[in-house]
Design a protein around this ligand. Structure first.
Ligand code: NDP
Length: 335
């Protein structure tokens, strides 16, 4: 059963498995399948959904809005984000300025077909806008009722501390951070997690399966399976390419006996590993078809003994990324 966890120290409860639609809805996956995935998620007890204005340039929010139409709004937790360039990508269609936050949120609400989102997140840190302007805009967003909670994504520990201090001066709190986190990508553990835990912020983590790599379906030296993200020319193949290295794919195969020993599939082991950490409020999983969600939710409620956690570390060895300096907000418009 998919359990609820508090989002950090806030009163909001979210499902420990949240369904996210980056690279899938409005892109890799046809609308019918996307809607079927959302309905399957609901049937499985997932009520929290993560999207962003930038995913498929607005199309992902639209598909999610259509899929959730007719559901009782109070029984859903909808998260979206602002920062990356959207729409026609004009000078102000990017970043965390007051103008873009206000206009971006209104556009997201229109596409999602709802009056408010539960969690509105700064998708990265904006070096061009004064933090004070961003936080003042978020304070007004909360007062307007168009978002109920505010979070950040991929901010460094120092940025999170400064943001939380300024939020406090403006009468609100940042409740969450959305970082990448999986058995292969552990860069938040040294600095970001201790800062957030001290400040009462939960981690809503992305790519818990390293985009599908930890499912074990990509075999070293062999073509990627038909229909997988690594074969998706609309963006997926480019994004996952950073993981498609022989040493990573070989190390992942060493997880197969570890999963077998505890009676889990490899996707389930990857997600159960993430959910063992009590600083994790939710693992945001992706899925290109309903059957993946049905398999992945079986990771809920699994308790992995310490020796299994150690066996995962031993299998992955040196390919695990731990460098805390890898938490970054790159230029949103690289040359
Ligand atoms: P995952 O690591 O969960 O990868 C999901 C992909 O893995 C699926 O789309 C599918 O791809 C494959 N997969 C899933 N289940 C299985 C299975 N049982 N067997 C085999 N393959 C499987 O997460 P994502 O990378 O999709 O990211 C999840 C969410 O995180 C996003 O939708 C978004 O909401 C959020 N995110 C946030 C970011 C941020 O900057 N804040 C950045 C990136 C993501 P396929 O079938 O095509 O191979």
């Amino acid at each position: 059963m998919v359990a609820y966890r508090h989002l950090g120290s806030s009163g909001l409860k979210i499902t420990e498995i949240t369904y996210g639609n980056w690279l899938t809805h409005g892109s890799q996956v046809e609308a019918d399948t996307a809607i079927e995935c959302v309905h399957t998620a609901l049937d499985l007890g997932i009520t929290s959904f993560d999207t962003a204005d930038v995913y498929a340039n607005g199309a992902a929010e639209e598909v999610l809005g259509r899929a959730l139409a007719g559901q009782r709004r109070e029984s859903l937790e909808i998260f979206t984000k602002v920062y990356w360039p959207v729409g026609p990508m004009g000078a102000n269609d990017v970043g965390l300025s007051r103008k873009h936050i206000m206009e971006g949120l209104n556009a997201s609400l229109r596409r999602l077909g709802t009056d408010y989102v539960d969690l509105y997140q700064a998708h990265r840190y904006d070096y061009e806008t004064p933090l004070e302007e961003t936080m003042a805009a978020f304070a007004d967003v909360l007062r307007s009722g168009k978002a109920l909670y505010i979070g950040v994504s991929e901010w460094t520990a120092d940025q999170i501390r400064s943001g939380q201090e300024m939020a406090g001066q403006m009468g609100f709190r940042l409740v969450s951070n959305q970082p990448q986190y999986s058995a292969l990508w552990r860069v938040i553990e040294e600095r970001v997690v201790p800062a957030c835990s001290e400040l009462g912020m939960g981690q809503v983590v992305w790519s818990p399966m390293a985009e599908g790599i930890l499912s074990g379906k990509y075999l070293p030296g062999q073509p990627a399976p038909e229909g997988s993200r690594a074969t998706d020319s609309r963006g997926g193949a480019r994004m996952i390419s950073r993981w498609m290295r022989p040493e990573v794919l070989s190390a992942v195969q060493a997880l197969r006996p570890v999963a077998q020993d505890v009676g889990l599939s490899m996707p389930q082991l990857a997600i159960a590993w993430v959910l063992q950490h009590d600083f994790v409020s939710a693992a945001i999983v992706g899925a290109s078809r309903p059957s993946q969600l049905a398999e992945n939710v079986q990771a809920c409620g699994v308790s992995l003994p310490q020796d299994v956690m150690e066996a995962v570390d031993a299998a992955l060895g040196e390919v695990v990324e731990r460098d805390p300096d890898r938490t970054q907000s790159p230029n949103p418009r690289p040359a």
